[in-house]
Design a binder for this molecule. Structure first.
Ligand code: IPM
Ligand code: MN
Length: 353
């Protein structure tokens, strides 16, 4: 029995999580697996109910399950709250409390969607890399931090163990792929980055089969749009990873397609990369594929069932190849299908496989 905590959250979160749960139910039936899925409040929905974005109850539930499935959090309604009350602060607290130090964001182009990107098809086609972002350290969490009337300040700091463990995870990921790792930093300017680089090279000693390349973050931003196929696995610090994973996601054609996994030593959280899209919330228009693909990552990383993860990806690909498109990925001349319709198709493709 696997225990999943689902956090639909705000905006389109509840709709895309509902789709993902239908996929989990279908897989449970098909493979004779048992899941318990317990729903909890987080973000704006929790604030409205309890005056807090992240209650102890939700946090405890997340600590006592095998995997968390998150939809999306935030929206205009909660944007003007003070810094420490915002949904962003709650998300950072959740990551930190669960020890989710590694964030995996695949940038993979679906053949059926090559034309949806702002890059030329010949540059993009075949792109398939993984951005591994350090998630619980660096400038996001460094002390001291603050601002007053005359200055604002943050601190970028990495401890040796933090760099070692993310580097190790990235080398392990590279070993399972094409054995090419690019570590991205700003070692020409930041001491903290030189430290990062030194440690990544130390860890490389244990992975002689992996080809390691260092790249400055500004050059990396350029290389990702110039020739994305050159990358296999990227490992980088929290802030750089935040930025580069958006660029990497965007070039694939739709953020609505990309999943993510945040993993630590004893907990894991899976969520689509896109936000809560309040403008289309509640209208059965959202693209559930990123959340469904996040379930695939859950099967691979938490349940260690790579074969089922592959089944999910295949069902998504088959659905797209059949021509079904939600509004975010539809051509202007095509009729866009609803969240429910595309979910129906994914589920029936799964059952048929
Ligand atoms: C992300 C988001 C978050 C981040 C925000 C919402 C705190 O942009 O998951 O990439 O900066 O990490
Ligand atoms: Mn981001």
């Amino acid at each position: 029995m696997f225990k999943i905590v689902s956090i639909p959250g705000d905006g389109i979160g509840p709709e895309v999580v509902a789709s993902a749960i239908r996929v989990i139910d279908a897989l449970a039936e098909k493979h004779g697996l048992e899941f318990s899925i317990e729903e909890h409040l987080f973000g704006g929905a929790s604030y409205d109910a309890h005056g807090e974005m992240l209650t102890d109850e939700t946090l405890d539930a997340c600590k006592n399950c095998d995997a968390v499935l998150l939809g999306a959090v935030g929206g205009p309604k909660w944007e003007n709250l003070s810094h420490d009350k915002k949904p962003e602060a709650a998300l950072l607290k959740l990551r930190k409390e669960l020890g989710l130090f590694a964030n995996l964001r695949p940038a993979k182009v679906y053949d059926a969607l090559v034309d949806a990107s702002s890059l030329k098809p010949e540059i993009l086609s075949g792109t398939d890399f993984m951005v591994i972002r350090e998630l619980t350290g660096g400038i996001y969490f460094g002390q001291p931090r603050g601002y007053d009337e005359t200055r604002g300040w943050n601190t970028m700091v990495y401890e040796r163990y933090e760099v070692e463990r993310i580097a190790r995870l990235a080398f392990d990921a590279a070993m399972k792929r094409k054995k090419r790792l690019v570590s991205i930093d700003k070692a020409n300017v930041l001491e903290c980055s030189q430290f990062w680089r030194n440690i990544v090279h130390e860890v490389h000693g244990d992975y002689p089969e992996v080809e390691l390349l260092d790249m400055y973050v500004d050059n990396a931003a350029m290389q990702i749009v110039r020739d994305p196929k050159q990358f296999d696995v990227i490992v980088t610090k929290n802030l750089f990873g935040d930025i580069l994973s958006d660029i990497s996601g965007m070039i694939t054609g739709s953020l609505g397609m990309l999943p993510s996994a945040s993993i630590g030593t004893s907990h894991a959280l899976y969520e689509p990369i896109h936000g809560s899209a309040p403008d289309i919330a509640g209208r059965n228009k959202a693209n559930p594929i990123a959340t469904v693909a996040s379930v695939a990552m859950m099967f691979e990383h938490t349940f260690c069932m790579k074969n089922i993860a592959d089944e999910i990806y295949a069902a998504i690909e088959k659905t797209l190849a059949g021509g079904l498109r939600t509004a975010d990925i539809a051509n202007p001349e095509d009729r866009a299908v609803s969240t429910t319709e595309i979910t129906d198709a994914i589920v029936s493709n799964l059952k048929a496989s």
